[in-house]
Design a protein around this ligand. Structure first.
Ligand SMILES: *Cc1c(COP(=O)(O)O)cnc(C)c1O
Length: 391
């Protein structure tokens, strides 16, 4: 069976992914099962998406009930789950309004478009520059890709959206040299995911805030991966103490269904008019009902405290592993990176063979982004497997 399916993959899929020869059929909580009946401990959660784990019963019930009622009507009409979700997200953050999208890249596209429109509205033509940072990852569409740092991702597709300058992450002097009167937006991940699990220094973000204010540029935080409880705080910007003008979110928001949003202040929203932007699918009743449920579960002090506690325990376990390949274990909450002095691909593959799913973040960093419901025994189990794979 597996082999027949893998033949279909080879024959019919554009080869954008180099996948291991596994076919997953179902999941439960923190475990996934393949079609051979093997069980895997999932410490990558669909790349930081499945915050409640797999097949969460209450989540599945909300989705099923909403599917029986209403799934899609387009954005030409209102729907109740969208409006209730918008209220919850806005009221839990710095924002005054939001725009829904279907993915992280699309949320960033919206943010960049809003920044261009805002600058044009208030400062005329020419203020179109965008500053982004080394090791950034903002998505694969032409605009989001233009602010993504990795040359390997960008260069085959040049020319991208023009006007982008990269500065060194966590280097305020470099940012000051890059941000000027022609800058309309600065986009930054408060905690970089794909780029190696690096948190921004609060002084760096604070400096960006001041530079943006000084040059009338908008500060965009990409919390697609680090937002919504991942760091043990609802939003990463709250943990780091600096407030943006816009914030993109996506990955965990609907508990596994595709959704994204960009949250904005009133001053940004005021520059946007009907017809400026849109999406056929975004903010549909099905995904928004799922997201409302997820948000209510995650946005609880006890839930967030548990994420912090498990994150601290995971980092502690990683820091005290005995292995001469370890460089550092770092991160915030349950967004944790383990840097090795060798490429991690072999370790990730060995862990998979022993039933532990991990994901890399660049060449030398293993990323741990388990479902946020992970418990101590799961972490102990993962550390046992990892120890075997490292030595
Ligand atoms: C995954 C990710 C994106 C892109 O999200 P997609 O849903 O894959 O388009 C953007 N920014 C960050 C920080 C991400 O981790």
């Amino acid at each position: 069976m597996t082999q027949a399916l893998l033949t279909l993959a080879e024959k019919y899929l554009v080869p954008t992914y180099a996948r291991p020869p596994l076919v997953f059929t179902h999941g439960e909580g923190i475990y996934l099962y393949d079609d051979q009946g093997n069980r895997y401990l999932d410490f990558m959660a669909g790349i930081a998406v499945n915050a409640l784990g797999h097949a969460d019963p209450a989540w599945a019930q909300v989705v099923a009930e909403q599917a029986h009622r209403l799934t899609h009507i387009s954005n030409l009409y209102h729907n109740e789950p969208q409006l209730l979700l918008a209220q919850k997200l806005v009221e839990s953050s710095f924002a005054d309004k939001l725009f829904f999208s279907n993915s992280g890249a699309e949320a960033n596209e919206a943010a960049l478009k809003f920044a261009r429109k805002y600058a044009r509205t208030h400062h005329g033509e020419g203020k179109t520059g965008i500053v982004a940072f080394s090791h950034s990852f903002h998505g694969r569409t032409m605009g989001a890709l233009a602010v993504t740092h990795k040359a390997r991702y960008r260069e085959p597709f040049l020319p991208l959206v023009p006007g982008v300058t990269f500065a060194e992450y966590n280097d305020l002097a470099a940012a000051a040299a890059a941000i000027g009167s022609e800058t309309c937006a600065v986009i930054v991940e408060p905690v970089q995911g794909e780029g190696g699990v690096h948190a921004a220094a609060p002084t760096f973000l604070n400096g960006l805030r001041q530079l943006c204010d000084q040059h009338n540029a908008l500060l965009i935080f990409d919390e697609v991966q680090c937002g919504l409880g991942r760091t043990g705080h609802l939003w990463a910007y709250q943990a780091l103490g600096v407030t943006p003008d816009m914030m993109s979110i996506a990955k965990p928001l609907a508990g596994g269904l595709p959704i994204g949003a960009v949250l904005v202040t009133d001053k940004v929203a005021a520059a946007i008019q009907p017809g400026d932007h849109g999406s056929t699918f975004a903010g549909g009743p099905l995904v928004c009902a799922a997201a409302l449920h997820l948000f209510e579960r995650v946005n609880q002090p006890t839930f967030l405290a548990q994420v912090q506690e498990m994150g601290a325990y995971l980092r502690h376990r990683l820091q005290t592993l005995e292995c001469d390949k370890l460089v550092a274990a770092r991160g915030l909450g349950l967004m944790v990176g383990l840097e090795l002095n060798v490429p991690v691909a072999d370790v990730v593959a060995a862990a998979r063979h022993k039933g532990l799913l991990l994901v890399n973040a660049g060449e030398n960093v293993i990323r741990f982004v388990p479902p946020l419901i992970v418990t101590r025994p799961h972490i102990d189990e993962a550390m046992e497997v990892l120890t075997l794979c490292l030595n």
